[in-house]
Structures are given as C-alpha cells and as structure tokens.
Design a protein around this ligand. Structure first.
Ligand code: PEP
Length: 250
C-alpha cells in the first residue's frame, strides 16, 4: 500500500513528545497497515523517532530537503543524509516553504530529482490561494504548479501529490469533498497525460483534516489519503483518523 496518511509535525516536538505520541497512537490505532502511515518530524528528531517506532514499519520522512547534494550551503540537509537516517519520503514544496522561504517551482523540481536519486518518495504539495480560489482559477493554478515542478523531473520512479489549498491549512476550513474529488481527478489526468513515465502513487488531500471530517473525505473515490498538520500532533486523533481510513478504504 502506498503512503496514505502522513503527519506533518512542522516546527513542533521533542524526545518526550515522540515517546508520548507513540504511546497514544499505539493504544488507539486498530489497524496493522503501519507502512501506509508516515510521520514527518523536524529532521533533528528523525533518529529518535525511528528508535521509538523500531518495532513497527511506520514510514518516517522529512518536511524538506535541499535542492543540492553537497556544498557551501550552511544549515541545509540533503536527500542522501535523510536516506542515510533510514527515511522513506520527503514532503517537498509545502506552501509554508513556498511562501516563507521563497521556494520556486524550479527549486522544487530540483528537490524532486534529489529525492528520486536517493530513493525517497517525494510528496509534492500544490495548492491555490484564497484569491485564486475565489477567481475560479484553481485548476489553472494547480496545472501550472504541477507542470513547472515536473517538467525537468519527468521520469520520477515514484511520486505522491498532496493537494493543499493554502486557505485550508490550519484554518478549520476545507473545500467541500466533491470539489476536492474533482481536483484530484484533474491532478491525476494532468500527470498521466503530460508525464506518462512518472509513477504517481496517490493524491492526498491536506488542509484542516481532523477526526470529524475524515469520513466525508475518505468516502471520495479520488482522495487516496491525507496530509495532516494540526490534528496529527495528537497521537490519539491521528490514530482515530487512521481507523476511519481503514474502515472506509482498506
Ligand atoms: C499542512 O500544513 O500540511 C496541513 C495540512 O496542516 P493542517 O492539517 O493543520 O491544516
């Protein structure tokens, strides 16, 4: 099973948090499909979290990688270093990185290539702003983001795309599930028609997913899972969301 539910812990966590989270998650999760679950802690805690989950094949990944392999790039972390720690995936091009750290589609393309070279599954994030949504340009904006990011990376052996409307992240608002479903269908069509050699594994939705709205999302045929920020900080809530996913989709 590909990655279906991915926790993005952003700039949160500690060793104590990792251990507590695992206890809460493991005492509430009813499934055994651990390898469809991913956690992206701050990179500094990857090693510790790996040891906390040593007995489970939960995927551990990172929130970002550099677009270069080595060099005079103080503070950066490369895909090969992340692979060296035993990670399986990297989130790439999250809207917070695009907005706060000025990442362009061209940089994101280089990061996708770095991930692929190092056998990390890239989770490419795309999403429209509130203005773009209100102007009915969502499809156009997403298509542009996808094509620019994948143009130089058209032979990626695996790829996950996360559709994350910028206005839905951390806001408690979501598009309605039917709308998300048609966006996901469009994303799959764009990748298949423009980049037939790319192995697109799944299209996740991200933006204010929680236990309450999980079933309305996972009922949709083209929503293959979720990338979860705020609600993933609670091990119990992440487990309850995973239980809903398993009831509806596994
Ligand atoms: C995210 O930042 O990737 C995200 C989906 O956040 P939240 O679930 O908090 O909206």
């Amino acid at each position: 099973m590909p990655l279906c539910l991915v926790a993005n812990w952003k700039l949160n966590g500690s060793k104590e948090f990792n251990s507590q989270w695992a206890l809460e998650f493991l005492s509430n999760f009813k499934g055994n499909n651990f390898s469809s679950l991913g956690i992206a802690p701050a990179s500094l805690y990857i090693d510790h979290l790996k040891s906390v989950f040593a007995d489970y094949d939960v995927m551990i990944g990172c929130q970002n990688i550099d677009f270069q392999e080595t060099g005079a790039r103080t503070g950066e972390i490369s895909a090969s270093m992340i692979k060296d720690l035993g990670c399986e995936f990297s989130i790439i091009g999250h809207s917070e990185r695009r907005i706060l750290f000025h990442e362009t589609n061209q940089m994101i393309c280089q990061k996708l290539i770095q991930a692929d070279r190092n056998s990390l599954v890239p989770i490419l994030c795309v999403g429209e702003s509130i203005e773009e949504n209100q102007n009915n340009t969502t499809f156009k904006v997403l298509k542009h983001q996808i094509i620019e990011a994948l143009e130089g990376a058209d032979e990626l052996s695996s790829l996950v795309i996360a559709y994350e409307p910028v206005w839905a992240i951390g806001s408690g608002k979501t598009p309605n599930p039917d709308e998300i479903n048609s966006v996901h269908e469009m994303i799959k069509d764009v990748v298949q028609s423009h980049f037939p050699k790319i192995g697109l594994k799944s299209v996740l939705y991200g933006g204010s997913v929680n236990f309450t709205n999980a079933s309305s999302l996972f009922e949709q045929q083209n929503i293959d899972g979720a990338l979860i920020g705020g609600a993933s900080l609670d091990g119990k809530e992440f487990a309850l969301i995973a239980n809903v996913f398993n009831e509806l989709r596994v």
